[in-house]
Write a protein that binds this ligand. Structure first.
Ligand SMILES: Nc1ncnc2c1ncn2[C@@H]1O[C@H](COP(=O)(O)OP(=O)(O)OP(=O)(O)O)[C@@H](O)[C@H]1O
Length: 259
């Protein structure tokens, strides 16, 4: 059984059909990537999964739980965390504070904790330890007290991933995590994503334009074009699919016209 079942999902913005009757099943513990040319509907699909947009039609289930209609914070609390295409860090906060913010939902004032101060200390310690752990795995521990915006781009992206992981989600969605990275940063990121799968045992779904990254780590690839799913399968299957080649390179006629 899949951990996430996307069933006949569409999203219309007025006359624009951003996602068009997409079906797919995400398997637990694997890396699934969503690829496609610009405007294919990848980010819109992420926003539908994480509650940023309401579905026009269809259903998205996390195990047996219908996600459609739930607000983002409820979906996050269920165990689905994400990063964004345009990095969203809090610029006036330190690296460490940004990671702790990923646990914000666990920091809600609780009347019983107010009555039992030692429990609140325990919670504080847990938040501290957990955030330090994820800073360490993201290789950011030595920079924990710097402002988040002082980090180079590649490290800001890793910080966003650490903030998504700290809530201990079952599914992590990464929106173009390698965007703007140099070759070394992208290589390190690949190792990190592999580690998230193998050691943390998370299900990873990610959008990526860097084909080398996609082909080397995806267990399954879903290809969108103009909102529709045109292919899905392993790297090998997708790479040789004529519809995918056409979506990326254009038809022979279009290529001749452009040359
Ligand atoms: N809020 C919105 N309002 C209107 N149209 C939108 C909105 N969000 C996305 N679209 C349109 O939906 C389509 C899919 O956009 P989306 O950003 O999901 O594509 P994408 O595959 O993520 O593209 P990219 O790779 O460039 O990020 C595009 O035509 C886009 O212009």
């Amino acid at each position: 059984m899949g951990i996430l079942t996307i069933d006949n999902v569409s999203k219309h913005f007025g006359g624009v059909i951003a996602v068009d009757k997409v079906n797919t099943v995400v398997e637990p513990g694997l890396i699934t990537s969503i690829i496609g040319p610009n405007g294919a509907g990848k980010t819109t699909l992420f926003n539908l999964i994480t509650g940023g947009y309401a579905l026009t039609e269809g259903s998205i289930k996390f195990k047996d739980q219908e996600l459609s209609g739930l607000p983002s914070h409820a979906i996050y609390a269920l165990g689905i965390a994400r990063t964004f295409q345009n990095i969203r860090l809090f610029p006036t906060m330190t690296v460490w504070e940004n990671v702790m913010l990923g646990l914000q939902s666990k920091l809600k004032p609780n009347i019983f904790q107010a009555l039992l101060p030692h429990q609140s200390h325990q919670l504080e310690r847990e938040i501290r330890d957990r955030s330090l752990y994820y800073l360490e795995v993201a290789n950011l521990l030595k920079r924990k007290d710097e402002l988040s915006t002082a980090l180079p781009y590649g490290e800001q992206r890793r910080l966003e991933i650490a903030r998504a992981l700290v809530s201990d989600p079952e599914i992590v969605l990464l929106d173009e995590p390698a965007a703007g990275m140099n070759v070394k940063e992208a290589k390190d990121l690949l190792k990190f994503i592999q580690w998230i799968k193998t050691d943390l045992k998370k299900t990873v779904i990610f959008i990526e334009h860097n084909m080398r990254v996609v082909m080397s780590i995806s267990d399954k690839i879903v290809v969108l074009d103009h909102g529709r799913k045109i292919a899905e399968g392993t790297s090998m299957e997708v790479r040789e699919n004529p519809l995918v080649i056409e979506a990326y390179l254009g038809t022979k006629k279009e290529r001749q016209a452009a040359s």
